[in-house]
Design a protein around this ligand. Structure first.
Ligand SMILES: Nc1ncnc2c1ncn2[C@@H]1O[C@H](COP(=O)(O)OP(=O)(O)OP(=O)(O)O)[C@@H](O)[C@H]1O
Ligand SMILES: [Mg+2]
Length: 211
């Protein structure tokens, strides 16, 4: 068995990397996959969520976890690849060498981005790293408000230059935040919510890209 690696990367801080990593990984798990989450961000947000999950959500489906950085990342990913079906890597902001390593190793690089022209333009740097490494990549709009489409033009011009974006988007929803605070993903905490529908639609697109 060789796992597919999905790396979540975005140089800009606070775009939703850790949120997307957790929501996607828990949805993969719920879809019946064996999944590992890998935290290479020294901030350790994903690690904190995993610890919370271990204590507060003991009945939740098992996820393999590893916190790793530097030269050990490649070794760890090679090991996990033989043990699970999906690996989701959460990376730090700024184009640190660890983030680049995780992009290089990825089958798919997802770049979360808030829906504003400035943030979309700023995502080019991260998308370029994925492109230059020949990695499949896609921008994922996150925290999309119910109204207002002022960012569509920026998205369109990015698409014209060959950068892909998922059609699935995550809304700006408290359900995402609340699930993390319980050591869960939203497909586990509120499976019938609009937020969970969004994550499952995103998963379907991700799986189609990996197929
Ligand atoms: N779809 C969403 N709806 C509501 N809040 C969100 C959503 N996505 C992220 N947030 C909130 O935005 C903040 C930043 O999210 P997150 O920590 O996932 O970003 P990040 O890219 O991992 O940040 P960093 O660069 O610091 O690692 C958090 O407070 C998170 O709860
Ligand atoms: Mg983070």
């Amino acid at each position: 068995m060789q796992a597919a690696i999905v790396t979540i990367a975005q140089q800009k801080g606070g775009a939703g990397k850790t949120t997307l990593a957790i929501q996607l990984a828990t949805a993969m798990r719920q879809a019946g996959r064996s999944v590992a989450v890998v935290d290479i961000d020294p901030q350790g947000s994903l690690t904190a969520w995993v610890r919370l999950r271990e204590h507060e959500a003991r009945d939740a489906a098992e996820l393999r976890f590893s916190m790793v950085g530097g030269w050990r990342l490649g070794v760890e990913l090679d090991r996990l690849k033989r043990e699970v079906e999906r690996i989701v890597v959460d990376s730090p902001p700024h184009a640190e060498s660890d983030a680049k390593g995780a992009i290089k190793a990825a089958d798919l690089v997802l770049v979360p981005c808030q829906p504003s022209p400035l943030d979309i333009w700023a995502s080019k740097g991260t998308l370029d790293i994925a492109m230059n490494e020949g990695r499949r990549h896609a921008l994922v709009l996150n925290r999309v408000p119910p109204r207002g489409r002022s960012y569509e033009e920026a998205l369109q011009s990015l698409a014209e230059r060959g950068y892909a974006a998922l059609s699935a988007r995550l809304g700006n929803r408290q359900a995402f935040v609340a699930s993390l605070g319980r050591g869960l993903g939203v497909v586990e905490s509120e499976p019938r919510s609009a937020a969970a529908d969004e994550v499952r639609a995103l998963l379907a697109e991700v799986e189609a890209a990996l197929a």
